[in-house]
Design a protein around this ligand. Structure first.
Ligand code: GTP
Length: 577
């Protein structure tokens, strides 16, 4: 296929707007899969293996007597994966911006639009679900015009479900999206935009060949790690791996090379032929964990088995970072870093469902930054690493926390309630605009720490499910953060230490003490729970002894006796959120 007969494109959409359904229709239309349901299962199987989204796939299509190779490139469908989405978009020259005719533009539509716009892609807006009784295509067309300033004069109105209008999509992909501009005669430049782990063959990478030619047996080098690999198998996804033995400039396909673990496949990395280095594509960032949590087995005898399970799961997921952690209260465990909270939930779910694990996951924390007067800085990924105020005296320059830029789209009537929510989460409004007469788009800067717990759930419940939310990284900002300790009978419980903004200490301190007093069962002696900051007590609760007179006799009122906080109490406390 000469480059002018190739189109590389993706579909971007808010969750549930119909991306997978449209992709299925396009694969059927091109005969890549047949429309009976056994093939649907093929896709599902790939889905299960890959965990996110539809799969990247090549299609053959005849248009005006010419044969085209159309490569549909998958983009992950969630806010935690914005960097991955942006890299997938680099491998395309254009994208279909799919919007649900009944829901209109949502936060992820906006975020994805700007990712595509910033990559300079051709954007084809398409309105889906026009078969729904609640569809308001005209209103959504207006939103697309006013929000994105896109030309809607030839906009496609489709139903991906019934297939109505879907036949117009591929012709417009061919007419509107430019072919890839690579040069097959230049040295190899291959761009890695996705990867997964296959139990049989190991790491499978998806790459776009930007320039040159890559074939089986070639030795290639990662521009990021400078590691060398040999290509063992190469071909296109159709819809599963189909060996071709080579890929040319402009083509997109899979590459199996001697890569042992998924962590070596860095999304956004560039590969070149050994002895023939090229400039890597710009925009590469190593995977960056933004949410950390301690994970501990409920039954400490399970440690080794769980260690194996966690290693297996990380084999499959390059974006998880992992370290051993020992807690006095919870024993041996791991500190795991995730891209975001959804990522964390998925990991936890897989651990529980696929590996039958019973684990305690500590309160998630974000990476805080301590900047010292001598100019050095330290990232704190675990509250136990946070120095006590005394240790910082005369050394501290400033404390910083990571911020995000949130985009929230909602019907006007919920504005008050959502503004309150953002305010209570230390958010600052940056701007708001009307998308049409009743829908508002608001931008907030909010500390990441404030959205990692229940922000999304709160947003949904306060807006009856109508508000949508997306965010991007905004770097670090000075912040008055402190470490709060929890003391049980005067002894700090390491796994319950947490980092907070000073303004929240009084509330959270009281709340935690109270909640702990509810989950810790009565003991034979009195149990005192305290929350403290730098040695100062914020709140105190007392659980009286089971039977006072007996205890007094046995223990002589020794209130400093250590109690082993039962694992169950931890579990109850932490899972209550
Ligand atoms: P994620 O995978 O969660 O990102 O969702 P998605 O965008 O891939 O959406 P998906 O294709 O899974 O569709 C979501 C729901 O909308 C499914 O129940 C589809 O059957 C339904 N749906 C998709 N297209 C249409 C359409 O044209 N009309 C109607 N009525 N329903 C549709």
């Amino acid at each position: 296929f000469p480059a002018e007969n190739i189109r590389n494109f993706s579909i971007i959409a808010h969750v549930d707007h119909g991306k997978s359904t449209l992709a299925d229709r396009l694969l059927e239309l091109t005969g890549t899969i047949s429309s009976n349901h056994s093939h649907q299962q093929v896709l599902d199987k790939l889905n299960v293996e890959r965990e996110r989204g539809i799969t990247t796939c090549s299609m053959f299509y005849k248009y005006k007597d010419k044969d085209y190779l159309l490569n549909l490139i998958d983009t992950p469908g969630h806010v935690d994966f914005n960097y991955e989405v942006s890299r997938s978009l680099v491998a395309c020259q254009g994208t279909i911006l799919l919007v649900d005719a009944s829901q209109g533009i949502q936060a992820q539509t906006v975020a994805n639009f700007f990712l595509a716009f910033n990559e300079g892609l051709t954007i084809i807006p398409v309105i889906n679900k026009i078969d729904l009784p609640a569809a308001e295509p005209d209103r959504v067309i207006n939103q697309v015009e006013s929000t994105f300033e896109l030309d809607t004069s030839e906009i496609s109105l489709i139903s991906a479900k019934s297939g109505l209008g879907v036949d117009k999509i591929l012709p417009s992909v061919i007419e509107k999206i430019p072919p890839p501009s690579g040069d097959v005669n230049k040295p190899l430049k291959a761009f890695l935009f996705d990867s997964w782990y296959d139990t049989y063959v190991g790491v499978i990478c998806l790459m776009e060949i930007v320039d040159g030619k890559l074939q089986k047996g070639d030795k290639i080098v990662s521009a990021y790690s400078e590691k060398m690999y040999e290509v063992i198998d190469i071909g296109i996804m159709h819809p599963e791996q189909f060996t071709t033995g080579y890929l040319h400039a402009g083509q997109v396909g899979y590459v199996v090379c001697s890569m042992k673990v998924a962590a070596e496949a860095h999304v956004g990395d560039t590969f070149y032929h050994i002895k023939n280095p090229v400039d890597p594509l710009p925009g590469f960032e190593p995977a960056k964990s933004m949410v950390f949590a301690g994970v501990f087995p409920i039954d400490t005898n399970e440690f080794n088995r769980l260690d194996e399970s966690i290693t297996k799961l990380t084999l499959n997921d390059a974006s998880v970072s992992i370290q051993r952690e020992t807690s006095m209260a919870l024993g041996q465990g791991w500190r795991i870093g995730f891209l975001g909270t959804l990522h964390m939930d998925v990991f936890k779910q897989r651990l529980e469902e696929e590996h039958d694990a019973n684990v305690i996951i500590t309160q998630p924390t974000v990476p805080y930054k301590i900047v010292y007067r001598d100019g050095t800085a330290k990232l704190i990924r675990n509250p136990t690493e946070f120095p006590e105020p005394m240790e910082l005296q005369n050394k501290l320059s400033e404390l910083q926390e990571p911020m995000i830029l949130a985009t929230i789209i909602l019907p006007e009537e919920y504005m008050g309630s959502i503004i309150d929510l953002c305010g209570s989460r230390r958010g600052e409004q940056i701007e708001y605009n009307y998308m049409d007469e009743s829908r508002v788009i608001m931008k907030y800067s909010i500390p990441l720490a404030e959205i990692v717990t229940d922000f999304h759930d709160e947003l949904k419940s306060r807006s009856s499910g109508y508000a949508s939310f997306d965010y991007e990284d905004m770097g670090y900002q000075i912040s008055d953060i402190v470490k709060m300790n929890v003391l049980i009978n005067k002894k700090p419980v390491d796994a319950l230490a947490t980092i907070l903004h000073r303004s929240q200490v009084a509330n959270v301190g009281r709340e935690w003490a109270k909640k702990l007093s509810e989950v810790i069962p009565k003991q034979l002696y009195e149990v005192i729970i305290q929350t403290t900051i730098g040695g100062k007590v914020i709140a105190r609760e007392t659980i009286p002894a089971m039977r006072k007179n007996v205890t007094a006799k046995c223990y002589g009122g020794d209130v400093t006796r250590n109690i082993e906080l039962p694992q169950k109490a931890f579990y109850d406390f932490l899972s209550k959120g």
